[in-house]
Ligand binder design. Structure first.
Ligand code: OGA
Ligand code: NI
Length: 302
């Protein structure tokens, strides 16, 4: 509003001078003042519109006090060729790779990582099955993890300092949507977990990186599947002024896998809390609910 307040006295001054000149029959001078008056209004109205637009955009599209995450990433999914009918399913499609000759061998390394990390994910799923009194291969079978939605994210956090009080995070507090996440990090501290999501105030603890080890995060889909026997891991990333790199590998079941309260996680006293849902429906819904519709920015630019 500062600009409109600045505009009015300025316009009034030019208009008064214009009228005075017209009264005194000095029309050329009146024209100069009128011209200045129009230019001045255009200038101020232009600035005022910009500031109003900025206010509208920031108040409608950013939650109060949240400036946003500054993490950036390169995402690699399960590679499905465009002419394969499977590519029409959500989360499927051809990956975007650097042009031939750029980073020789990099694509092969990433594909090998993707492939082998899935085997680690399946091994962890066997431990989870045992912990839930299920058959050891409950998750590690073709109908569940045979054709998984698995995504590799190569993440970079630039050398900023996070400031939770100002809503500036490498990655704000969240739990991952899916089944499990395998996380490999460099040795720059940054990842924090909150063991009790409902505690007030929440207590955040750093996770010390261990060379050669994966951190395993349990996702919201596992929480739902296990009728909340397992809680998903609430976590966030704070920057400490150093560049930080991590690799997150998200393991989600097949598109059509039915996520339905596990047989060992319900009793008469504790019936299923959630209805059954297909894996890809659940994930699509979660992404839709939490990611801004970026087309609103295009509309504002137009
Ligand atoms: C994520 C995430 C943590 C990290 O990508 O969901 O929580 O250490 N990453 O980069
Ligand atoms: Ni995460």
């Amino acid at each position: 509003m500062r600009n409109i307040e600045a505009t009015l006295p300025c316009l009034m001054r030019f208009l008064t001078l214009t009228i005075k000149c017209m009264v005194s029959n000095s029309f050329s001078l009146a024209f100069v003042f009128l011209y200045n008056c129009i230019i001045c209004s255009i200038f101020h109205i232009h600035h005022w519109c910009n500031s109003l637009r900025a206010t509208i955009v920031s108040s409608f599209f950013s939650p109060v006090g949240v400036v946003g995450d500054y993490k950036e990433g390169y995402y690699i999914g399960v590679d499905v060729a465009e002419n394969d009918p499977e590519s029409k399913k959500p989360f499927n499609g051809p990956n975007v790779w650097p042009a031939d000759g750029v980073l020789p061998g990099w694509r092969q390394t990433m594909e090998k990582f993707h492939h082998e990390a899935l085997e680690v994910g399946k091994a962890v799923s066997r431990i989870i099955a045992l912990a839930l009194d299920l058959e050891v291969d409950f998750f590690d079978k073709p109908e569940v993890l045979g054709n998984p939605i698995a995504t590799l994210r190569l993440l970079h956090y630039e050398d900023q300092f996070s400031d939770p009080a100002k809503g500036i995070y490498g990655a704000g507090a969240h739990s991952d949507f899916g089944f499990i996440t395998l996380l490999a990090t460099d040795d720059v501290m940054g990842l924090q977990i909150c063991k009790d999501k409902d505690a007030k105030p929440q207590i955040w603890e750093y996770v010390t990186p261990i060379k050669g080890a994966f951190i395993v995060n349990l996702g919201d889909m596992l929480e739902r599947w296990s009728n909340c026997m397992f809680k998903s891991t609430l976590h966030r990333v704070l920057g400490n002024g150093q560049d930080r790199y991590s690799i997150a590998y998200f393991v989600e079941p097949n598109h059509d896998c039915l996520v339905e309260c596990l047989p060992t996680c319900k009793t008469e006293k504790s019936p299923p809390k959630f209805p059954p849902i297909r894996c890809s429906t659940y994930l699509s819904q979660r992404y839709k609910d939490t990611h801004a519709d970026l087309s609103v920015y295009d509309k504002h630019q137009a």
